[in-house]
Design a protein around this ligand. Structure first.
Ligand SMILES: NC(=O)c1ccc[n+]([C@@H]2O[C@H](COP(=O)([O-])OP(=O)(O)OC[C@H]3O[C@@H](n4cnc5c(N)ncnc54)[C@H](O)[C@@H]3O)[C@@H](O)[C@H]2O)c1
Ligand SMILES: [Fe+2]
Length: 436
């Protein structure tokens, strides 16, 4: 890069540029009430409103419905979204979308809802066999050949940043692990990011989603630098996630300082409007950042953890269903990963620790991994996270299965700042078993 940073100097054969995609976003208390005018401005006459069962009868969906009605936009509600969606639940949503005869979509919910809406819109707009667009090597990884319909995303959690990304994540049941679909065409057209929604969030959801946001920012900054990306495609074939770049660095650093300052406050006190608003903003910034930079090891490893979890339930998530909240599965691998990757870019790991409020005074490059891991462990304990994978029932006996689930996550793992093989993956899981 010609302007500022030696990290981004061109290397032979490297890409000459990076592309950042994002929706038109509006941030502020009360902006859910702008859904109707936004839809009308896009020329929409009839939309499918995606949400989940818990939210369907609540105030956020009511506000969006009223706004659509006031703008004379017809709305059919789909509230069968599965929390932590699967290939089956996405296909069912796509079937309903195809039959709904709508000209656009509105999603009101967390990552599960927004991701389901993106996939339903995709398969209804560009029909194909399900695995066609799923990331290679798990799916065929084919490019989405044409546009999808307009999508207004209204996040109700403060973590995934899905309102800004071209990513839809789901569990592939046959593989017992998560994977996804990624395309710039999936980036919502408009994001209405209303921090008022966070007032009703259970503490556990604030904690898990907040750590998801933290990890998006950390992984953006520590990802392989974009001039060193392994995929040489350029121009319109440039991948959505291209590695660390100056734009995502700036947004991710800002998100980390909000996480360091506000996450624990937001978890502990639902009436702390300042903290919950800051976390909502941080999640959006980190979403824009990681969409362009890409995630890597903590997410890649988490996809195996969430696929293999058994008998685990967290309050605030649907009853009667085993699931590990996405952000929880991601943060449990964090300290282990940073201790291992810091040597590749100690400066960047120290920058992350500093932004999060870690004790970096006098820290040398050799301390970078430990300082960052230490600060994250502090935040995990303060926010009530489990003490490593052991707390979830994993042990030495499951390390092999976890590695098998993580290995095919090639899209994200290759974005790590170091090369990783099965032995390293096993070592990382082992080091994530217990932290204190
Ligand atoms: N597409 C992306 O870029 C991206 C990024 C990160 C994570 N994800 C995916 O997102 C999913 C997780 O999404 P999530 O963490 O936002 O949570 P979620 O959508 O799974 O919802 C978690 C729980 O919170 C409840 N909830 C949501 N908003 C609420 C509110 N305002 N008040 C009260 N309850 C509320 C839901 O009903 C649900 O029970 C995972 O599948 C993950 O893989 C996607
Ligand atoms: Fe995530």
């Amino acid at each position: 890069m010609p302007c500022c940073h030696a990290d981004f100097a061109a290397v032979e054969g490297s890409d000459r540029g990076f592309t950042v995609g994002m929706p038109t976003f509006t941030f502020g208390p009360g902006v859910l009430a702008e859904a109707g005018d936004s839809a009308a401005e896009l020329g929409l006459k009839r939309v499918a409103l995606f949400t989940d069962r818990t939210l369907a009868s609540g105030e956020h969906v009511a506000k969006v419905k009223a706004s659509l009605a006031a703008a004379h936009v017809d709305c059919v509600v789909y509230d069968e979204v599965v929390i932590e969606p699967t290939d089956k639940s996405l296909q069912e949503a796509a079937r309903v979308a195809r039959e709904s005869n709508v000209d656009g979509y509105v999603s009101v919910g967390g990552g599960s809802v927004m991701d389901t809406c993106k996939a339903a819109n995709l398969y209804a707009s560009q029909p194909a066999e399900f695995m066609t667009y799923v990331n290679a090597p798990i799916g065929a990884g084919q490019r989405v050949p044409g546009p999808v319909k307009p999508h207004i995303a209204c996040p109700t959690t403060s973590g995934t940043g899905s309102e800004t990304t071209g990513i839809s994540i789901f569990t592939l049941t046959s593989m017992n692990a998560k994977t996804g679909i990624i395309s710039r065409r999936l980036i919502p057209t408009i994001a209405l990011v209303d921090p008022d929604v966070t007032r009703s969030l259970p503490a556990n959801v604030v904690a898990s989603t907040g750590f998801d946001c933290m990890s998006h920012a950390l992984e953006s900054i520590t990802a392989r630098l974009y001039p060193r990306r392994l995929n040489p495609a350029q121009g319109i074939r440039r991948p959505v996630s291209q590695g660390a770049n100056p734009f995502s660095d700036a947004l991710a650093t800002q998100a980390l300082s909000s996480v360091g300052q506000y996450l624990v406050r937001a978890v502990k006190d639902a009436s702390d409007t300042e903290a919950r608003t800051e976390m909502m903003y941080a999640a959006m910034l980190a979403g824009i950042a990681f969409n362009a930079a890409g995630c890597h090891l903590p997410h890649g490893l988490s996809y195996a953890v969430s696929g293999l979890i058994r008998d685990w339930h967290v309050d605030g998530y649907p009853e009667g269903k085993t699931l590990i909240p996405h952000g929880m599965s991601v943060v449990l691998n964090n300290p282990s990963v940073w201790r291992h990757t810091a040597f590749a870019h100690p400066e960047r790991h120290l920058r992350c620790a500093r932004a999060l409020g870690g004790a970096t005074d006098g820290a040398t490059h050799a301390d970078a991994g430990e300082v960052l891991a230490g600060r994250i462990i502090e935040l995990m304990r303060a926010a009530g996270m489990p003490n490593g994978l052991t707390a979830l029932g994993f042990g030495e006996a499951q390390i092999d299965a976890l590695a098998t689930g993580a290995e095919p996550q090639y899209r994200v793992i290759k974005n790590a700042p170091i090369d990783v093989d099965r032995d390293v993956i096993k070592r990382l899981f082992r080091a994530a078993l217990r932290y204190w």
